[in-house]
Design a protein around this ligand. Structure first.
Ligand code: C2O
Ligand code: CU
Ligand code: CU
Length: 539
């Protein structure tokens, strides 16, 4: 294990924030040549690119009360289908700078999909069906290269918005793929450019996807959609830049938004199916409606579970993860607070060997239960059969190819203080690695054969949790191992993202269908940008 040589305690807060601003300014500057959109980039006026004054830091963030709360839960904007052909979904997504008044009396420069002068700041919902052919024209009006990645969907590798397929500022690219049978589920899309994913997402770029099945056993349930995202605003309402702690632990803003708004309210009058997205850059959401109100999990990233999981008081969603739950209206009127409960992901501090205390619980939304006469709905005992990728027969796991993925970190104080280090694109000296190396777009880390089931062991040798994500497929978690004790995964589910606790090893069964290059990475977006990503080549 690489020891954390983390002597950053000598680095004052002032230096840290100066450092962060320079990193941000420099990072954006080198992609800005020839672009006319400077005014849309907070911190990008020429005086901000010098050392003349302090950048927004923890000291001058907007207070949590700065964003209005309590509005009815916003519905998603919906991406319109421009095609009238059956089975074809054709649409245009424009990524562009947009000004919105989130804080009364202030304007915030966001980057959004669509002009979104009104409505939710979350990207428009792509609502499609199994079997549909999707054709999305992506127009990049950002001052940086970008891509659209279809998180979790089984799309061909060359259509998946890999960082090696950037769409230049001003350019247009058409993504095309067909959704196979069995792909119904809850997905999302977001940018995936090399080393700029975190920034593009924290400025607002991300949106939900729902793929529907013709034979959905829960079609009778009314649906509710909750897309959680994080927002960090300076006191002048501009999007704050990343500071050192954001790079190290992943960015968490003072706001957690639900469908783009702070602490909305909703009324549940009958049993409902909720689709949940953790679209936060780094925040873990231990979702709870309080101890009096349990719920039933019916789905994960890749769609419905085999069987419902009843009576859950809490459900942890790591960054990037989705879930479907059924929330009961109950028999009596009541209220509940949807909360992200305390979860200790062992955020690091500037002092070696110490973790930050866990964050306090965070209120997400207010829920009223007002059951009507036909409130209750029965759940089928089997939602859809899921065949295990590997049979539980003795030895089946040993007969397939095995791959090892090791998460490691290294903090190098000397590099951080080298002259000029602060002017480099990303914080130097802070390394988040997979199998001993940071991401190199020209290197293939692992090779798999299309159609061949494999067992991957994902081992976390760092001091904090990391959510592992693999592109292009849905996998099954087999077991988790912590301090030598193995716990078989108690239920069958399709996932593309799984949390790996510090010191833990998670084993998954996985198979890729198409030849080409796939990414796998930590879904804390700052870690991804700092190199905790690698390429799988499928042959
Ligand atoms: Cu949601 Cu490679 O990412
Ligand atoms: Cu993905
Ligand atoms: Cu990570």
């Amino acid at each position: 294990m690489i020891r954390r040589e983390f002597l950053v305690r000598t680095l004052s807060a002032a230096v840290a924030s100066l450092f962060a601003r320079d990193v941000f300014a420099q990072h954006s500057m080198h992609n800005m040549s020839g672009m006319g959109d400077m005014k849309d980039m907070p911190g990008m006026s020429p005086d901000h690119a010098t050392h003349s004054h302090a950048a927004p830091s923890a000291g001058n963030l907007a207070p949590e009360s700065a964003l209005p709360a309590g509005a009815p839960l916003a519905a998603f904007r919906k991406l319109a289908n421009e095609s009238s052909e059956p089975g074809v979904f054709r649409a245009t997504l424009v990524a562009q700078p947009v000004h919105r008044h989130l804080m009364p009396g202030h304007s915030t420069a966001l980057w959004l999909y669509g002009d979104a002068a009104q409505g939710s700041i979350v990207g428009p919902l792509i609502d499609v069906r199994e079997g549909d052919t999707i054709e999305i024209r992506f127009v990049n009006r950002l001052p940086q290269p970008s891509t659209i990645h279809w998180h979790g969907l089984p799309v061909p590798p060359d259509q998946d918005g890999n960082p090696t397929n950037p769409v230049a500022p001003g350019a247009t690219h058409v993504y095309r793929f067909t959704l196979p049978r069995g792909s119904a589920g809850t997905y999302w899309y977001h940018p995936h450019p090399h080393m700029m994913t975190a920034e593009q997402v924290f400025r607002g770029l991300a949106g939900p996807i729902i793929v529907r099945a013709a034979d959905d056993p829960l079609a009778a349930f009314p649906e509710r959609h909750l897309f959680f995202s994080d927002l960090k605003l300076a006191s002048d309402a501009s999007i704050a830049s990343n500071d050192m702690m954001d790079w190290m632990n992943g960015r968490e803003g003072q706001f957690v938004l639900v469908n783009g708004a702070r602490r909305p309210r909703l009324t549940v009058a009958q049993d409902e199916r909720w689709r949940l997205w953790n679209g936060c850059s780094a925040r873990y959401l231990g979702l709870s409606l309080g101890s009096a109100q349990t719920f039933t999990q019916v789905g994960t990233d890749g769609g419905l579970l085999d069987k419902p999981r009843d009576g859950l008081p809490e459900l942890l969603l790591a960054p990037g993860e989705r879930a479907e739950i059924v929330v009961r209206a109950g028999a009596q009127p009541s209220t509940a607070v949807l909360t992200a409960a305390v979860y200790d992901r062992r955020k690091m501090t500037m002092t070696e060997g110490h973790s930050l205390p866990a964050d306090p619980a965070k209120v997400l939304a207010d829920v009223r239960f007002e059951p009507g006469t036909s409130a209750a709905r029965a759940l089928p005992p089997t939602l859809r059969p899921i065949a295990p990728l590997l049979s539980s027969a003795d030895g089946a796991v040993d007969k397939v190819p095995h791959k090892s993925v090791v998460f490691a970190e290294a903090m190098d104080m000397k590099a951080m203080h080298r002259p000029g280090a602060m002017m480099s694109a990303l914080p130097p000296g802070m390394k988040f690695m997979i199998n001993g190396a940071t991401f190199d777009p020209s290197r293939i880390a692992l090779t798999s054969r299309a159609g061949e089931v494999e067992v991957w062991s994902i081992e976390n040798r760092t001091d904090m949790d990391h959510p592992f994500h693999l592109h292009g497929t849905q996998f099954q978690v087999i077991e988790r191992e912590q301090a030598g004790a193995k716990t078989p995964e108690p239920y069958l589910a399709w996932r593309d993202t799984v949390n790996v606790q510090r010191g833990e090893t998670v084993r998954i069964a996985t198979v890729q269908r198409d030849a080409g290059e796939r990414m796998f990475h930590c879904h804390i977006l700052e870690h991804e940008d700092l190199g905790m990503m690698a390429t799988l080549k499928v042959v």
